[in-house]
Ligand binder design. Structure first.
Ligand SMILES: Nc1ncnc2c1ncn2[C@@H]1O[C@H](COP(=O)(O)OP(=O)(O)OP(=O)(O)O)[C@@H](O)[C@H]1O
Ligand SMILES: [Mg+2]
Length: 480
């Protein structure tokens, strides 16, 4: 799901009041009851209703109507709240395009605040923005079913709002580390702003090292990178994900380190393990790609002299204290989530009985995985809309990542069979239909055909019309 760059400019104060009311209400409710939204937003019922419908249409909120009528923020709703805050502070002026999708993050290239004197300047030739910045949104919980299953203990009892909360902590942590490292002259992007689960940082015009096939002097680059790993340890830190995807290299072979939510203290019981893993990652890459040879890996306690305890300083910093007070439990826990995620996935890809796991996870998923990760969408079934049509609609909306495959025909045949297994869907068929969007997404990604593409583009045309209509409605609310 991509952000609509224009929507932020159409949403009015009232829309944000309702979004904020839902955010506040989510502290105590998984889905915030409508009367509470009305009172928190201090808006009239009819007005609130109209606004909610629009937010729903744009997928900024999700609806629950089993035992009562309630709404919760989606990640997208949370995104717009953060974007609004950035804009208010002037650290962001325009939302741009998605340039990266991490396992648990989305990265957007945006326009950052422009100084008054530069307002009339044109962007540098070939550049999209005058002051390009990157916005990184954390999306904790956006993992595969199997990862979710294996992380079960960690996930226990997590509700939608707690995923937003954890994403906020991960982002706060990443920003705090980036700031501290930047201040110590580590080659990181410039940390500009942080709000909720989002970070604004400078855009680095460089390539991830994974994409670089040739280097003028690989030994020199390796030495520089190793020096950074060692320097981090001297400051009491282990990056924890120091690989070719998190290291950017520009035309002049200048390095930039990114991606910090999993940063770990050298006091962590497994610090040596993570440290070794970082160095090994680097060595493996330079060995495979550039034929370099290595002997041994430094030992933290033996070979590295700690100069500063940056980890402690960060936790004690005003910025972190202001957000979390003394309760740093989640802050400390968050790196476990990031550090162990990859291992779980690797382990599983070697598993023999993937099918079983998937099947089992699907069932568990319904019971345990919070709605926000799972994105189970409750959809009203009107008389003309068949289940087939609704699932196709979901496929459309989940096909951002259209990975074509010839297997789609097979999928089409197999889909009804799988649905039959889903008792919940069968049970609610009469009035409401619960669609496991992630399940559908997984399938859609794997099994997409040209047939379906044609169908989709036809539907998209209709959808565009609907969006235009919605935008017209928004214009009614447009102040300024
Ligand atoms: N400041 C930046 N400037 C330019 N590109 C960036 C910047 N930050 C991130 N990116 C791009 O976005 C990609 C993902 O960023 P990042 O590694 O921080 O996210 P992630 O969620 O950890 O991703 P993954 O889980 O795949 O490691 C990077 O590989 C890089 O290409
Ligand atoms: Mg990364």
């Amino acid at each position: 799901m991509k952000l609509d760059p224009d929507l932020i400019h159409y949403l009015t104060k009232e829309h944000f009041r309702v979004l904020t009311a839902i955010e506040m209400g989510m502290k105590n409710h998984e889905y915030v009851p409508v009367p509470l939204i009305e009172s928190l937003a201090a808006l009239k019922r009819s007005n609130t209703y109209k606004i909610i419908q629009l937010l729903l249409k744009h997928k900024l909120v999700m609806h629950y109507n089993k035992s009562y009528d309630g709404y919760a923020l989606t990640y997208m709703g949370y995104d717009y709240l953060a974007l609004k805050a950035f804009m208010k502070r002037g650290t962001l002026t325009r939302v741009g395009i998605k340039i990266g999708v991490g396992k648990e993050s989305d990265i957007y290239l945006c326009e950052g605040g422009v100084k008054e004197e530069d307002k009339d300047e044109e962007p540098v030739k070939g550049e999209r923005f005058k002051n390009p910045v990157v916005v990184k949104f954390a999306r904790l919980g956006r993992t595969s079913f199997r990862t979710v299953k294996n992380n079960r203990d960690y996930l226990k009892g997590r509700s939608a709002q707690s995923w937003l909360y954890l994403s906020r902590i991960a982002s706060l942590k990443e920003f705090a580390f980036m700031k501290a490292l930047y201040n110590k002259n580590f080659p990181t992007p410039v940390p500009i702003d942080s709000n909720r689960h989002g970070i604004v940082m400078s855009f680095i015009d460089a390539y991830p090292m994974s994409q670089i096939k040739e280097l003028e002097n690989p030994k020199k680059v390796y030495a520089e990178l190793l020096e950074q790993v060692i320097r981090l340890a001297e400051y009491g830190l282990v990056h924890g994900d120091f690989n070719e995807f998190n290291l950017l290299l520009d035309e002049d072979e200048k390095i930039t380190i990114i991606d910090f939510p999993q940063m770990t203290s050298t006091n962590h019981p497994q610090a040596q393990f993570y440290f070794e893993r970082d160095v090994k990652c680097l060595q493996d890459f330079f060995m495979k790609r550039f034929g370099l040879k290595f002997e041994g890996i430094p030992i933290l306690e033996q070979d590295i002299e700690k100069k500063e305890d940056l980890d402690k300083e960060i936790k004690a910093s005003g910025f972190v204290k202001e957000e979390l007070g003394d309760d740093l439990k989640e802050f400390d826990q968050i790196h476990e989530h990031f550090l162990n995620k990859e291992e779980v996935e690797d382990e599983e890809s070697e598993s023999d009985d993937e099918e079983d796991i998937e099947e089992e996870s699907k069932q568990e998923d319904e019971e345990k995985v919070p709605k926000l990760i799972n994105n189970n969408t409750t959809v009203d079934v009107n008389e003309e809309e068949t289940k087939e049509e609704i699932i196709n609609k979901e496929l459309e909306s989940s096909s951002d990542n259209d990975n074509e495959s010839e297997e789609n025909q097979e999928y089409k045949k197999s889909r009804p069979k799988k649905e039959k297994k889903d008792k919940t869907v069968e049970k609610k068929k009469k009035e409401k239909l619960v669609i496991n969007e992630d399940y559908v997404k997984e399938k859609a990604k794997k099994q997409f055909s040209s047939n379906f593409k044609k169908e989709r583009s036809k539907r998209n045309k209709n959808k565009d019309k609907k969006v235009m209509k919605a935008n017209e409605n928004i214009k009614d609310y447009f102040v300024e």
